[in-house]
Design a protein around this ligand. Sequence first.
Ligand code: AMP
Ligand code: MG
Length: 536
Amino acid sequence: MGNIPHSTATKSDPVLAFEFDNAFLRELPGDPEVGPWVRQVEGAAWSRVAPTPVAAPRLLAHSAEMARVLGIGEADIRSPAFAEVFGGNALLAGMDPFAANYGGHQFGHWAGQLGDGRAITLGETINAAGQRWELQLKGAGLTPYSRTADGRAVLRSSIREFLCSEAMHHLGVPTTRALSLVGTGEAVVRDMFYDGHPKPEPGAIVCRVAPSFLRFGNFELPYSRGDLLLLRQLVEFCIRRDYPDLASEGSMDERVHARWFGEICERTAVMIAHWMRVGFVHGVMNTDNMSILGLTIDYGPYGWIDNYDPDWTPNTTDRHGRRYRFGWQPKIAYWNLMRLGQALSPLFEDVQLLNDGLQRYADVYTREDRNNIARKLGLRECRDEDVERVQELHQLLADAEVDMTLFFRGLADVDVDAPVLQPFAHAFYDDEKRTAAEPVFDAWLSGYAARVKEDASDPGERRLRMNAANPKYVLRNYLAQQVIDRAEQGDPSGIEELLEVMRRPYDEQPGRDDFARKRPDWARERAGCSMLSCSS
Ligand code: AMP
Ligand code: MG
């Protein structure tokens, strides 16, 4: 297998010896060809391919929480062997690297075979608690699915993926995780805005971690090829490995398949409701970027809402149709689930079962959205009038250019006996608009205050509940960009500093108010702060 040495680290360093159980490779058919040359791969779920070694791997940041889950000690994280393994230069005993084969709908169109073009799974570890965690390097070099690209990733996009994976986890949003960020010591050439100005940038590799990296696109590809054998194998594998509670019901009949699809719909709804609660815009909700476990996956040109704007997309590639704008995420997820349902349809005699799953998405999303409204407004229950109240507020926030995070966080401090806009001054981006909007906001706040009084919950409890739903600290685009600028100048320490703040997004953190401010003016139109290309 390849020319990558198996690390000798395991002998001197027993903690870096994971237990592996590579079920995906063992239980699903693979590509007989080994290595990275670009090809169409039929009838197979994966291709064996080793990471391509890099010049000088160096650990730039790691997640202490994820390391703990995997049973890796702090000293081992700092060992050279760690950077070698997670930079793709060495394999531990039991690692058996591969790239997965999948397709997908990109921007609404079927794109055919895509696959892991720069992600390489090292193996599926089983930790001390018996949990399965797949370790995957992103940016580890060419695979059969690299098409015309280089299999690498730049530092800026790797920092963004590393930080956001962990920030989302701490916000309570279902997500894939990140263990480490390793600088490769090699340059990667990128034309950031696809405008004929390619330049070398530092390269990096993130080790991302999830119980499963299966995507909707893994199922769409065999469906598109009429390969029902592989489709069925994948479905049954996913149920057995990733949804074991469903598998234990006995034989894999249509009802089990239907319950599985329903679960996927439910988890997707829960995930999207979280995105809408915290102001996260994924930016590339193609079906190859939709996790079968309902995890946020593939952090590319994502962004966070500063001034509330349902039409905002961070992705410059999407600026014309704005398909992946903030406010459309719930319906795009539904569209994506329809594509998955279609791919699964050959396994169903009764397609109504699939429609039931889609209905479950709609029902669960509505339930979660209402739950969020109650929590964000500090009410014991969400009534129909409260849904209207929030819609009205969203319109006001959009019209007057108000910061979403700061405004909702500030709601917990409204004096219900004398509600006024003044304490929200710091959340406005435009003073003139604030002055003009003051009467309508005052009116909204009076209505809100009256509703809160009627709700008659304990003020202390109400505040706690609101603060647990309205984060104070989110990974604002400009905060990540500042850390990237520093890291590109050679100082990566800002990455873990920012991660430290994002560990407790709902807590007041004295002395860290700089991390909770609205986007500064300089960041308004700056690349990386207000817009991002897919170039990564
Ligand atoms: P994404 O939009 O990042 O989800 O990527 C879509 C497809 O392009 C996936 O199949 C990726 O693996 C592939 N891809 C993206 N960037 C690269 C790269 N630098 N090298 C090889 N493949 C890539
Ligand atoms: Mg992707």
